[in-house]
Design a protein around this ligand. Structure first.
Ligand code: ATP
Length: 235
């Protein structure tokens, strides 16, 4: 599989505070990679850096070998990398359909994802298409956030904590969409605090702790004790 996206020596600062220290990651075409780690480990900062909302040096992030680290969030979206942000960030008073359409407006790229395809993926959204987003349950709002991102027909979909605060049955429904998303040509980076969820869905996993990658591997090959230490630190 060829490398689609890579970060090399990625650093990130909030003022004097350093949130990422030389983070190297790769994502191959068709792959699902999970990023796990405790609160404050730097997972969202990594996602926001790739998505262009934390600006980087150009060569720290490459898409198909082309430096994109310096691009704005809109331009990163334009080259095919779309973020489903933590907390969803919907327009609460706009309808479900209006929120979905906004995802398409941000990108001129055509592809498999249309309103009808998003409704096929999440049929409940078709029933609720005329309702304001704020009238939906948390799980349905998460579906809107994912659908909105898909409407830009991304090559890389970045999902930041899409299961946070949702009931297990709802999480299952949301993760059930992953195979359809992969089949339609997107590759995925999924941020998860839930280790079992991450191991169950990902081809490869990175563990972040205090801004550094502490473990990398395929779910079947990762030693659980090493994973515990990489996630929480050696006690
Ligand atoms: P969580 O699971 O809580 O979302 P995370 O792994 O996504 O955590 P980040 O949100 O990337 O971690 O935060 C990494 C570090 O950077 C934390 O120490 C956090 O307090 C700090 N941080 C994040 N955003 C900012 C900001 N806007 N200003 C200052 N510090 C920040």
């Amino acid at each position: 599989m060829s490398t689609l996206l890579e970060t090399s020596g990625l650093t990130a600062f909030y003022g004097d505070f350093q949130a990422l220290y030389g983070v190297d990651t790769t994502l191959a075409e068709g792959e699902t990679v999970a990023v796990i780690g405790a609160n404050g480990a730097g997972k969202s900062t990594l996602m926001r850096s790739i998505a262009g909302s934390v600006r980087q040096a150009p060569e720290m992030i490459r898409l198909n070998g082309t430096p994109i680290g310096h691009l704005s969030a809109d331009r990163v979206n334009g080259v095919g990398v779309t973020l489903v942000p933590e907390g969803r960030r919907l327009f609460p008073s706009l309808t479900v359909e209006e929120n979905l359409l906004i995802g398409g407006w941000r990108s001129a790229r055509s592809g498999p994802w249309t309103l009808e395809e998003v409704y096929r993926l999440f049929p409940v959204l078709k029933d609720r298409r005329g309702n304001p987003a704020m009238a939906l349950s948390g799980g349905q709002q998460q579906m809107v956030a994912i659908g909105r991102a898909l409407m830009s027909n991304p090559k890389v979909l970045l999902c930041d904590e899409i299961s946070l605060g949702l009931a297990p049955v709802v999480i299952r429904d949301i993760y059930a969409a992953v195979p359809s998303i992969l089949e339609r040509g997107a590759s995925l980076i999924i941020v998860e605090q839930n280790i079992e969820q991450a191991l169950g869905i990902a081809d490869r996993v990175y563990c972040l702790m205090e801004g550094r990658i502490t473990l990398e591997g395929r779910p079947g090959e990762i030693d659980r004790a090493a994973m515990h230490d990489a996630y929480f630190g050696v006690q």
